[in-house]
Design a protein around this ligand. Structure first.
Ligand SMILES: Cc1cc2nc3c(=O)[nH]c(=O)nc-3n(C[C@H](O)[C@H](O)[C@H](O)COP(=O)(O)OP(=O)(O)OC[C@H]3O[C@@H](n4cnc5c(N)ncnc54)[C@H](O)[C@@H]3O)c2cc1C
Length: 542
């Protein structure tokens, strides 16, 4: 093996979302030439694809952002607690403008293969047009939730009207006054229904599994609130870094629901019912670890949900039964008046799990075992192949010639979600077995680790870093062990994407590190301090 061949770029990264921008920032800092490729026609990642009515973040705006520059945090103004897709994308364009990132970004470029070349230690990256580019380091910023799931329903190609996945919203779609079907009742549908019910002729939601739904309680950013945020950004950044979920939340001050009198539990639940995921983390510390506490929280949420649905039979379908599955074994959608919409006479719920499964899509609508419904538009709100989907969608071949998809056929394995044994000089932003958290926080922590690793290699003259298989086995076992101790381990029973259980013909697997994002970031920092013991560094003959 020799290191004489010069690559086109030091780094090629795929994905021009938060990950791409963070990588440009941190890798430029250590002197790397970097090219970010994306198949989209604009930057934004998630927020350029998911443009459906009502699309907005569930994280609160002021910490759903990149935090590497104090100036940028001060300069940008958010308009609301939860920004729309458009505002989030505008924010990312603002970052790209301010930091002169555009020259590093190449859009409308789909990567269709990436091959590690043993002889040169370089990666060969092939794009859809047949162009090949080489780089020393190949990085995935392809997103944890970017590869959509298209269900295999009989007759899908026969439907005469528009039928599309929610993350591919047709720009010129005229949906007002139309009869609309939404297949799927997860976070996307929870956002779409209230945004569309007023103007659609009718909406039918085809639901397989119901969800515990938390209230968003959207509100405008006032000058006073913005001032308070901006005066406290150092603290907000530190809170994100040190929180189990990477969010700028306070903790529950050590309170345990199981040790608190019931009326006090109720009082605290009620007092903290102020919107966002905060409620889960700021009320009691045992909601996600003790089934009894989890049941108390589930009961409270279920009661709040039922209060908003007039028809008790409909409420039975929309609201999970306490004990069916633990709160957070499925990620709760954030609600902006979803449930109330079912009190209208033009918004309907179709129970496709127990009552009337879908049989086929016809030229004019959807046939279930009981009915034929006529529609003008069918939206597949069927979610994503989380964590591994984009990495398995095209061949990424490592040293042995095996692809990531082949390697992960039965179970996913990685070291801290950032690198994978048998794939030298490959790095992944928020890969499988990283935590599920406020993503920009995790993305930035991953980008920092990667930049420091590359910096070490460049300074010390290494050509190749090889993730150690024994460390990968250890991390994978550790992640599985933690998972088995949490209440989240039942996620496969409720088709949770958090375990890949929403994908047909695929073994559910542990995709998420549930040991707390803060502890995970500590692991990354410790690895840097110890000189990256997870990797073997090599020099090739020149
Ligand atoms: C509707 C929705 C709402 C969300 N809300 C939140 C939230 O409130 N809080 C939160 O923390 N997270 C949220 N997420 C998760 C969200 O994906 C992350 O917060 C974040 O945007 C991920 O950024 P990323 O850069 O890692 O990946 P992405 O934003 O997913 O970007 C990946 C990019 O890679 C590109 N790509 C993939 N494969 C290829 C290929 N083969 N060739 C070329 N380009 C490719 C895609 O086109 C895409 O642009 C949400 C996700 C969705 C879908």
């Amino acid at each position: 093996m020799t290191s004489t061949e010069k690559p086109d770029f030091d780094v090629i990264s795929v994905g021009a979302g938060f990950a791409g921008l963070a990588l440009i920032h941190y890798l430029r800092e250590v002197g790397m030439s970097i090219k970010v490729l994306d198949r989209a026609s604009d930057i934004g990642g998630t927020w350029t694809w998911n443009r459906y009515p009502g699309a907005m973040t569930d994280s609160e705006s002021y910490y759903y952002c990149l935090m590497f520059s104090k100036e940028l945090l001060q300069e940008w103004s958010w308009s609301a607690r939860y920004p729309t897709w458009k505002e989030t994308q505008d924010y990312m364009k603002f970052v790209a403008d301010k930091c002169d990132m555009w020259p590093h970004i190449q859009l409308e470029t789909e990567v269709v293969a990436a091959d590690y070349q043993k002889d040169s230690g370089l990666w060969k990256v092939t794009t859809e047009s047949g162009e090949t580019l080489t780089c020393k380091y190949f990085i995935s910023g392809m997103g944890m939730i970017s590869q959509q799931i298209i269900p295999d329903i009989k007759g899908m190609d026969t439907f005469k009207g528009p039928i599309f996945h929610s993350s591919r919203w047709p720009e010129d779609l005229e949906w007002e006054g139309k009869r609309i079907a939404m297949i799927g009742a997860g976070a996307t549908t929870v956002q779409m229904v209230p945004a569309m019910s007023e103007k659609a002729k009718s909406i039918h939601v085809f639901q397989r599994t119901n969800n515990f739904i938390l209230p968003g309680m959207q509100r405008e950013m006032t000058p006073e609130w913005e001032k308070e945020i901006k005066e406290n950004y150092d603290e907000i950044v530190a809170k994100c870094r040190n929180h189990v979920f990477g969010m700028a939340f306070d903790d529950a001050e050590g309170r345990l629901a199981v040790e608190t009198p019931p009326e006090e539990v109720e009082r605290i639940f009620e007092e903290k019912w102020t919107g966002s995921f905060r409620w889960v983390f700021e009320t009691f510390d045992d909601l996600l670890s003790d089934q009894r506490a989890n049941d108390m929280a589930s009961e409270f949420i279920a009661r709040k949900m039922r209060e908003r649905v007039e028809d008790p039979e409909l409420a039975d379908l929309l609201v999970p039964k306490v004990g069916d599955y633990p709160l957070f074994a499925k990620r709760p959608p954030m609600d902006h008046h979803y449930l109330e919409q079912f009190n209208r006479d033009d918004v309907f719920l179709v129970d496709i799990k127990d009552k009337e499964p879908i049989v086929e899509i016809t030229e004019t609508g959807i046939r279930t075992t009981e009915n034929h419904f006529e529609f003008d538009i069918i939206i597949l709100a069927t979610g994503f192949q989380a964590y591994t989907g984009a990495l398995e969608a095209f061949p990424i071949r490592g040293e042995s010639g095996q692809t990531l998809a082949e390697k992960w056929q039965d179970k996913s394995a990685s070291i801290m979600g950032v690198c994978v044994a048998d794939f030298p000089n490959l790095f992944v932003i928020t890969g499988p077995q990283a935590p599920f958290a406020n993503l920009p926080t995790s993305i930035e922590q991953n980008a920092i680790w990667i930049a420091k690793c590359i910096d070490k290699m460049e300074k010390e003259g290494y050509d190749v870093c090889k993730p150690r298989k024994d460390v990968e086995d250890e991390w994978t076992a550790h992640v599985a062990d933690i998972h088995s101790q949490t209440l989240m381990s039942t996620g496969d029973k409720v088709h949770s994407w958090m375990m890949g259980a929403n994908i047909e013909n695929k073994q559910p697997r542990v995709l998420i590190y549930f040991g707390g994002a803060n502890n995970y970031y500590d692991c990354l920092d410790k690895s840097v301090e110890e000189g990256f013991p997870e990797l073997e560094f090599e020099k090739l003959a020149s």
